[in-house]
Design a protein. Structure first.
Length: 184
């Protein structure tokens, strides 16, 4: 990790679609099977998933001017990324934390999370939550290494309100941010 930089992207025009799709290639292939199981042409299914993904980023994600795509880059390559949703009043939700398969097991995911947390600390008190699959041991360890803790034994998706028994809700608070109605 020599010359890594954190890219904070707040508008779709700054997204390099090919670099982003290459970073998420593994997940996109899984999503092609999940969302388009009846499509025999897997390349066409993958192309559809990628087009849907980019359309969501353009037409959905960037609708909130405070949301940010955070990308860890090195020598022009996009290595790790996540979507950071601003929910208001120092509350954030992380989605789609991913590291390109060629760069895994080298600390890039933790570096990205740490840099994002540093950036948020400069803005004042905050709480960040994320859902992490209970079987996704590398992601759980990455979150814990960065100071996250399991806040609930089920995953609460703060965007659509769904709950998953297969995930934990992971949480990071700075500096012990209190939430209205909660005891310190």
């Amino acid at each position: 990790m020599n010359d890594v930089e954190l890219l904070e992207i707040r508008e779709f025009s700054r997204i390099d679609g090919r670099k982003l799709m290459d970073l998420y290639a593994e997940s996109n292939m899984e999503n092609a099977d999940y969302f388009y199981p009846d499509m025999a042409d897997k390349a066409a299914a993958l192309a559809k998933v990628e087009a849907d993904f980019l359309a969501y980023i353009r037409d959905g994600f960037f609708k909130n001017e405070h949301d940010r795509y955070m990308v860890l880059a090195e020598a022009g390559a996009w290595i790790s990324a996540l979507r950071l949703y601003a929910l208001g009043d120092g509350e954030y939700y992380i989605e789609a934390l991913e590291t390109h398969p060629a760069y895994r097991r080298r600390g890039y995911g933790a570096a990205l999370l740490a840099m994002v947390l540093d950036r948020l600390r400069a803005e004042g008190p905050f709480r960040v939550r994320d859902c992490v699959g209970k079987k996704n041991i590398p992601s759980l360890r990455t979150h814990e290494k960065c100071g996250f803790r399991a806040a609930d034994t089920v995953g609460h998706d703060l965007l659509d309100g769904s709950v998953s028994e297969e995930s934990y809700t992971m949480e990071y608070r700075y500096p012990g941010k209190t939430i209205e109605g909660e005891a310190k």
